[in-house]
Design a protein around this ligand. Structure first.
Ligand SMILES: C[S@@+](CC[C@H](N)C(=O)[O-])C[C@H]1O[C@@H](n2cnc3c(N)ncnc32)[C@H](O)[C@@H]1O
Length: 286
């Protein structure tokens, strides 16, 4: 992947860091000072320090590739089926332009495109891109079963470098994907680039409720419930800890609307879903 930033084994910085961790290497500091440093490392002084992401965002697609087989089922269970209603709401947010050609980024198993084709008669063709090949394979099977292979095309690709020319699509959608990319601003710029003038971007993403009581309840579910259910189904506890970490860290509401404006969009709106558990962001290209 072009955006992968993990240092490779030959990286001199990483080699020296690994040498520091090697218990066989000679200590460069006296034992007393070393004990002091160890104590400091065990008792972090800054209370607000967050643990690092269990996985760098540039590698998130690999995790989705690993859980592809159980992804749809876990999604139903974890969101109590609400993700279906949210995608339908997304379908209603498109413009009324007829015969639209839509691009869906981070398309995964193609649920957004399947919903758009089924619930909005203004959508004629859908293209989906995602770097996780196993997610796409499942998506293609679903598209074939619904006999929509002529209208929906899924391709391997990265949202940071969308493989389409400028001013090409009437709408670009992205559901639960922007939170997973390394450089969301770059992705917003790519969305703007490939949209036709008059086209609309629709981004569905998790957010946090404004009401403190509901937010705390939701955070408890995200931190405890979701990793538990996720681990039971996919046997991948890491994937579902990653989910709550990325939701808590990602800008939402007005902060994200501002990022959309910065990419060039106008008439930016946020539609809050279920007390703000998720939000659909909408922006138009003039
Ligand atoms: C939570 S899933 C969402 C899938 C689908 N949109 C849905 O609504 O079910 C996140 C998707 O983002 C994809 N993804 C991760 N990094 C990406 C990138 N750089 N470009 C495009 N997609 C990416 C993952 O492979 C995964 O399929």
């Amino acid at each position: 992947m072009k955006h992968s930033k993990l240092p490779d084994e030959g990286d001199p910085g990483k080699a020296s860091f690994l040498r520091q961790l090697d218990p066989r290497s000679k200590p460069a500091l006296p034992a007393g000072r070393l004990r002091g440093i160890e104590a400091e490392m065990k008792t972090p002084t800054m209370k607000s320090e967050k643990p690092p992401l269990v996985l760098p965002k540039s590698e998130s697609w690999k995790m989705f590739d690993n859980i592809a087989r159980t992804y749809d089922f876990s999604n139903h269970l974890i969101s109590f089926g609400l993700h279906i209603l949210w995608r339908r709401k997304l379908a209603r947010c498109l413009t009324s332009r007829p015969d639209q050609m839509v691009l869906d980024l981070a398309t995964g198993t193609a649920d957004v495109l399947l919903t758009l084709l089924r619930h909005n008669r203004n959508v004629k063709y859908g293209y989906g891109i995602d770097p996780a090949k196993r997610m796409l394979t499942i998506g293609r099977d679903k598209v074939a079963k619904k006999k929509l292979a002529v209208q929906i095309n899924l391709q391997h690709g990265d949202a940071h470098d969308v493989p389409f020319k400028d001013n090409h699509f009437d709408a670009v959608t992205m559901a639960f994907g922007i939170r997973n990319v390394e450089n969301p601003q770059r992705v917003l710029q790519e969305i703007f680039r490939v949209l036709n003038p008059g086209g609309r971007a629709l981004i569905l993403e998790f957010s946090l409720p404004k009401n403190r009581f509901i937010r705390n309840l939701h955070l408890f579910y995200l931190r405890k419930g979701v990793p538990f259910i996720g681990a039971l189904i996919s046997r991948n506890n890491q994937a579902y800890r990653y989910l709550n970490q990325t939701i808590e860290d990602f800008p939402y509401g007005e902060a994200f609307c501002q990022k959309i404006r910065e990419a060039g969009f106008e008439k930016v709106k946020a539609h809050s879903l279920l007390f703000g558990v998720a939000t659909i962001y909408q922006g138009d290209k003039a």
